[in-house]
Design a protein around this ligand. Structure first.
Ligand code: ADP
Ligand code: MG
Length: 293
């Protein structure tokens, strides 16, 4: 059941003390907050359904979308590298999602500070990311918006996959046809579906394309597909045209390049799955060195 708006907001503010803004999305504001009873810090994503919607129909759609996001977050509960949902407050016009706090913010901002990551750091981050992706794909969940803005870092710089706003639980044999995500990270088959209205939709493979784009960006400091004119960028994506250019890639070893080249594969059937990617030689090295407790 839905609480009336006023009492919903009251209930939230009775339990939590809101603090500074941590980030903003198209439809949400995320603030640090403190749970009064425990003194624990969290991040609350506050969605105002009324503000950016004009009709009741749209408001219903947004509410439905948020319920979907909550359901998917609950399905992912317990994974070390997926953001944990602590509490929720829902009404017809306001939604509060209380998450564990990622104090170090977005991988995007971290990358902006350091420009590029070493192969070693990249290995750690990519392994955590692909483990999270393998976990969700195993449950039939497709994320559809993997990018450094949606990968958060905890105190120890471990990653937390977040923002399941475009995520979807795939039914047996289901394929998707809607265009969503972020341009630079879109897989070729997503663009093909919307351009040519081809009969086949797309599936979980789109996340692994985005994983390839992210990995390329972490190592070189710039995305693999970029052009001032978006049309050219989209064409490069569809043709799978990118380069390991000089000088950024000169000192980078072969295994990471090989892994990227097996992720940025235009044909989704030939692209590595998350499980296959974890078996790639790039991830084998540290396993030898680090002994787990
Ligand atoms: P949107 O769907 O609007 O993109 P996100 O869930 O991605 O919303 O949140 C927007 C931003 O808020 C994130 O990119 C990040 O900067 C910040 N943020 C979200 N969740 C957390 C969190 N748990 N800890 C710290 N910052 C967060
Ligand atoms: Mg986001």
């Amino acid at each position: 059941y839905d609480l009336p708006d006023a009492s919903l907001a009251k209930e939230f503010y009775a339990k939590y003390e809101p603090k500074e803004v941590l980030g903003k999305g198209i439809s949400s504001v995320v603030r640090r907050c403190i749970e009064k009873q425990t003194g624990q810090e969290y991040a609350v994503k506050i969605m105002d359904v009324t503000e950016e919607t004009t009709s009741d129909v749209q408001a219903d759609e947004v509410t439905y979308a948020v319920k979907k996001e909550i359901n998917i977050l609950k399905m992912c509960a317990g994974h070390h590298h997926i953001i944990a949902l602590h509490d929720t407050f829902e009404s017809s016009t306001f939604i509060f999602l209380v998450f564990e706090l990622c104090r170090k913010g977005e991988l995007f901002d971290y990358l902006t500070q350091v420009v590029t990551l070493s192969e070693k750091r990249t290995r750690t981050i990519m392994r955590q990311l692909i483990e999270a992706v393998a976990f969700i794909h195993d449950k039939g969940i497709i994320h559809r918006d993997l990018k450094p803005e949606n990968i958060l870092l905890d105190d120890n710089l471990n990653i937390m996959l977040s923002d399941f706003g475009f995520a979807h639980v795939m039914a047996q044999g289901e394929t998707l046809t809607d265009l969503c995500g972020t341009p630079g990270y879109l897989a070729p088959e997503v663009l093909a579906v919307s351009m040519y209205e081809q009969v086949d939709g797309y599936g979980c493979e789109v996340d692994m394309w985005a994983v390839g784009v992210i990995m390329y960006t972490l190592l070189s400091g710039h995305p693999p597909f970029w052009h001032r004119k978006q049309m050219y960028m989209l064409r490069a994506i569809m043709e799978g045209k990118y380069k390991f250019g000089s000088p950024e890639w000169d000192d980078i070893s072969d295994p990471p390049k090989d892994l990227i080249s097996k992720l940025l594969v235009v044909n989704p059937k030939k692209r590595l799955t998350a499980k296959q990617a974890l078996e790639h030689p790039f991830f084998k090295r540290e396993d030898v060195l680090s002994i787990s407790p």
